[in-house]
Structures are given as structure tokens and as C-alpha cells.
Design a protein around this ligand. Structure first.
Ligand code: NAD
Ligand code: UDP
Ligand code: UDP
Length: 312
């Protein structure tokens, strides 16, 4: 049993991670400023004797005593991270410095939730961890992409300079219950639109691809990475290699939800990557991990969550 800090613990991924850590018998401190997360996501945990919720912004120092840190605090969807881009970069960079400073003081193992966005709009496919990426440093997505890249730099410099025990995971698009209904991400958008009988908005011609990992698979990878041998820092890709066009996703969601929604086409946002697919050979080799949940099964769970949330 460990004392575990989860930053961003009231968010989509963070709340599932808190569930899992408590189920595994750990003592969990959940820290969140509720920018995109909500108390509702962890309401069922508030009476748990080993769960503690703290309102705190990670851009400010945090003095607590813990043995493990999962650093997830950061808005993840374009609508949210572009709402206050300066704060987004601060959260990634100052947040990483504070959590690394904390890890250094208490000698905790620390895991960073990085992202496939560090690869930008990639010219190699699928993306392996050795690929350095193709990121626009001055665009609308840069606050997130470059913030996360700088956070990785900080993790590796604390590792080299202070011998910190770090773990870096690069998360590819993940979906599931507790996604924010208005965060503009494609899976939540399509499901909510289909459930409300609204038009399904496909950006561009819908031929761009993404690979979608179900949240339970991702959390299993987090847990395995945190437990991995000290010498293995990552970065390691975590995602589901099954690749789909947005058009195919829209049709799948529509067939599962039913209803009369029509597909409509809207302009493609700036710097929208054409293709994204993880190469997960490293995770398979080092963590013995690979995703198990098929897109259709994960979508059914997610649809059931949104159906209840929307009261239908
Ligand atoms: P989310 O928005 O649901 O969760 C982020 C959480 O961080 C929220 O609860 C939010 O309130 C909190 N937060 C934001 N700024 C904060 C700050 N300054 N101080 C304290 N808390 C703060 O998003 P998510 O999908 O759960 O993402 C969690 C992490 O995983 C993020 O770091 C994100 O970049 C990373 N990630 C997610 C995905 C994905 O597909 N979901 C993909 C790649 C990376
Ligand atoms: N920090 C923190 N909690 C701690 C220890 C440090 O939030 O328990 C913050 C502290 O505010 C500092 C940052 O982490 O700004 C980096 O700490 P480090 O020790 O690496 O650097 P220094 O304090 O020397 O600037
Ligand atoms: N997308 C779409 N319709 C929507 C929302 C998103 O076609 O209503 C597209 C978007 O342009 C992108 C893909 O779906 O090509 C994934 O978008 P998301 O914001 O979920 O993730 P990211 O671009 O960060 O991978």
C-alpha cells in the first residue's frame, strides 16, 4: 500500500485512476483545481476512508508527503486548453516543476501523463517513441503540445540531474465514461449529437484517422508503468493501434445509437493531424501490456454513460 498523489484526479482519466488505486488498496490524495474536472467524477469516493480530495492549482507549490505521484493535471481537449492558452502552458510547465520539486524532496516515484501530441502532425507512421515529432511552436495547439514537450524535458533533466525516479507515458486518444460532454472531442461530440438527434459534425472530409483506446485499458497501462523496474523511464506509447477514419467512427456511433442524425461536414481546424496511430511494441515488451477492449464494446459503455447523463 502506497500514499499516492493524483493531480488532475477529478478529471476523466484521473477519476478512473483514483478508482483503480483505491481498489488496489492504496491511500489516494486527489488534487484538482476543477477547471475541467468535477466533484461529480469523484463524488462516489468522498466517503472512502483512504480517499482525500484537495482543491489546489499545481502551478503553485504543494507540500505533502507521498510515495507515488501521477501528474495528470492539464486540460486535455482543444476547446479547454485553448480557452486560456497561457494558463495551459503554465499548468504543464510550472505544474511539472512543482511536482518534480515535490518528488525530489520526498523521494517519490513520479509519472507524467504526456501525449501523442508531442509528435505533432507526424511524417512517420505509426509513431515510435524515438520519433522527435513535427510540432508548430507558434500555433493554436502549441500551448498544449509544447507545454507537454517541455514537461517531458523537465522530467528527463530532473532524472539526469537529481536522479529522480521518473516514468513518462505518451497517451494516444482515450475515451470512455466521464468524458466531458462539451469538450469538443470527437467521441463525446459524436455520441452526444447522435443521442440528441442532432447533426453529426465531421471536420474536413472525415478521412483523417485516429486510434481510440478505452479508458480501462489505459488505466491498466498506468498501473503497470508505475510498477515497472526503476531503470525503465519511458517515454512509452500507450494507445490502441486500431485506426479509424472519422467518417467510419461517425457511422459506427450512429449505428450503435440509432436515431435520425445526418452527417454534416465542417471546416477542418488548423494544424489538425492527418493520421495518428501508436506503435506499442515497447509497452508490449516492457509492460506486457496491450489493449483488450474493442472500439465497439468501449463505445457501448460510453454511450450508456452519456445516455444516463443526458437523462434519456
Ligand atoms: P480532463 O480535462 O478530464 O482532466 C484534467 C484534470 O486536470 C481536470 O480535472 C482539471 O480540472 C485538472 N486541472 C487542469 N489544470 C489544473 C491545474 N492547474 N491544477 C490542478 N488541476 C488542474 O482530461 P483527461 O482526458 O482526463 O486528461 C488527463 C491527462 O491525460 C492530461 O494531462 C492530458 O493531457 C493527458 N492526456 C489525455 C488524453 C486523452 O485522450 N484523454 C490523451 C493524451 C494525454
Ligand atoms: N516544490 C513543491 N513542493 C515540495 C518541494 C518543492 O511544490 O515539496 C516546488 C518549489 O516551489 C520549487 C519547485 O518545486 O519551486 C522546484 O523545486 P526544486 O527543489 O527542484 O527547485 P528549487 O526549490 O531549488 O527552485
Ligand atoms: N472531429 C470531428 N468532429 C468533431 C470533433 C472532432 O470530425 O465534432 C475530428 C477532429 O478534427 C480530429 C479528430 O476528430 O481530426 C479527433 O479530434 P479530437 O479533438 O477528439 O482529438 P485530437 O485532434 O486531439 O486527436
Amino acid at each position: 500500500m502506497h500514499k499516492v498523489l493524483v493531480t488532475g484526479g477529478a478529471g476523466f482519466l484521473g477519476s478512473h485512476l483514483c478508482d483503480r488505486l483505491l481498489a488496489d488498496g492504496h491511500d489516494v490524495l486527489c488534487v484538482d483545481n476543477f477547471f475541467t474536472g468535477s466533484k461529480r467524477n469523484v463524488a462516489h469516493l468522498l466517503n472512502h476512508p483512504y480517499f482525500e480530495l484537495m482543491r489546489h492549482d499545481v502551478t503553485f507549490p504543494l507540500y505533502v508527503e507521498v510515495e507515488r505521484i501521477f501528474n495528470l493535471a492539464c486540460p486535455a481537449s482543444p476547446v479547454h486548453y485553448q480557452h486560456d492558452p497561457v494558463q495551459t502552458t503554465k499548468t504543464s510547465v510550472h505544474g511539472a516543476i512543482n511536482m518534480l520539486g515535490l518528488a525530489k524532496r520526498v523521494k517519490a516515484r513520479i509519472l507524467q501523463a504526456s501525449t501523442s501530441e508531442v509528435y505533432g502532425d507526424p511524417e512517420v507512421h505509426p509513431q515510435r517513441e524515438e520519433y522527435w515529432g513535427r510540432v508548430n511552436p507558434i500555433g493554436f495547439r502549441s500551448c498544449y503540445d509544447e507545454g507537454k514537450r517541455c514537461a517531458e524535458t523537465l522530467f528527463f533533466d530532473y532524472h539526469r540531474q537529481h536522479d529522480l525516479d521518473i516514468k513518462v507515458v505518451r497517451i494516444f486518444n482515450t475515451y470512455g465514461p466521464r468524458m466531458h460532454p462539451n469538450d469538443g472531442r470527437v467521441v463525446s461530440n459524436f455520441i452526444v449529437q447522435a443521442l440528441k438527434g442532432e447533426d453529426i459534425t465531421i471536420y474536413g472530409d472525415g478521412s483523417q484517422t485516429r486510434s481510440f483506446c478505452y479508458v480501462d485499458d489505459l488505466i491498466e497501462a498506468f498501473v503497470r508503468m508505475m510498477a515497472s523496474e526503476r531503470g525503465f523511464t519511458g517515454p512509452v506509447n500507450i494507445g490502441n493501434p486500431g485506426e479509424f477514419t472519422m467518417l467510419a467512427l461517425a457511422e459506427k456511433v450512429l449505428s450503435l445509437v440509432g436515431g435520425k442524425s445526418k452527417l454534416v461536414f465542417r471546416p477542418l481546424p488548423a494544424d489538425d493531424p492527418r493520421q495518428r496511430q501508436p506503435d506499442i511494441a515497447l509497452a508490449q515488451d516492457k509492460l506486457g501490456w496491450q489493449p483488450k477492449v474493442a472500439l465497439e464494446d468501449g463505445l457501448k459503455e460510453t454511450i450508456a454513460y452519456f445516455r444516463q447523463l443526458l437523462g434519456g
